[in-house]
Design a protein. Structure first.
Length: 262
């Protein structure tokens, strides 16, 4: 009786120890799903971009590319953690949307630029998407919602999975904490680059309020929920102090980019 009780007690202790150990394991991290290997991430991003190019037209005007590169370089200034190889793609699409992909790609739909009243608003959107990249939100989201096997199938060229990844990243929000972190990080990027940070909160508020009844605005709102509350939180973070900010694009360059998006 005592022997049986002792064996049971030992088994119970072993089971408890195993349970405790397993509960401390971060499976996502240890399976390297929260940060895809650079080569696999680049390949996955390129494959998703190919899928986008098969569906929509990429704006190939050199003038538009030059203006977007000017904005990118301005944001890279004094922000060494932003990858230097980030590529911004302007895509003809009537949805107000912008999103980041694996491999340091950022896709901006022409409709979003049309709805920007200033270059600072566009800078705010881009800084937010850059923050998703530097905070590794894209790989974490894919790992959490798709898993290693699905991601592996995508890097192998599975078009069904690639389409699923595109839909996931372009039309589904990150969780609330990730969006808040990207807001805060994006605001810091703007401040470091001497760009007026009120642009992103202005854009959020405008889309949430003025265009909330327009079908074309629903995509950006659905991928960025609680836009009004987040805009208010950003305004508190920025404060009301008067600062002198740099000019990102002059009026002529800004209109060049706007026209390229029409």
């Amino acid at each position: 009786m005592n022997k049986a009780f002792l064996q049971f007690s030992v088994l119970l202790i072993v089971f408890a120890a195993m349970w405790f150990g397993l509960s401390r394991i971060n499976f996502v991290k240890n399976m390297h799903l929260d940060n895809l290997g650079k080569r696999a991430e680049k390949k996955l991003g390129d494959l998703v971009m190919e899928s986008i190019e098969a569906q929509d037209d990429i704006v190939g005007a050199d003038s538009a590319a030059n203006m977007l590169n000017k904005i990118k370089e301005k944001l890279l200034a004094n922000n060494p953690d932003i990858p230097k190889d980030i590529q911004i793609h302007l895509v003809e699409n009537d949805e107000i949307n912008a999103f980041a992909l694996p491999g340091n790609h950022i896709v901006v739909y022409t409709a979003l630029i049309k709805h920007c009243d200033s270059v600072e608003e566009l800078c705010g959107v881009l800084s937010h998407e850059m923050a998703h990249i530097t905070l590794h939100h894209i790989s974490k989201k894919l790992a959490a919602e798709l898993g290693a096997g699905t991601i592996s199938a995508a890097t192998g060229g599975n078009t069904v999975v690639i389409s699923k990844i595109l839909k996931l990243l372009s039309s589904t929000a990150f969780d609330r904490s990730q969006e808040s972190d990207a807001d805060a990080q994006g605001e810091r990027y703007l401040e470091s680059a001497h760009i007026n940070p009120h642009g992103i909160s202005s854009f959020m508020m405008k889309i949430a309020e003025i265009h909330k009844d327009e079908p074309e605005a629903l995509e950006w709102i659905s991928t960025h929920p609680d836009s009004r509350k987040r805009a208010e939180a950003l305004e508190k973070m920025i404060g009301k102090q008067q600062k002198s900010y740099d000019t990102v694009l002059d009026a002529k360059d800004w209109m060049t980019l706007k026209h390229a998006s029409e």
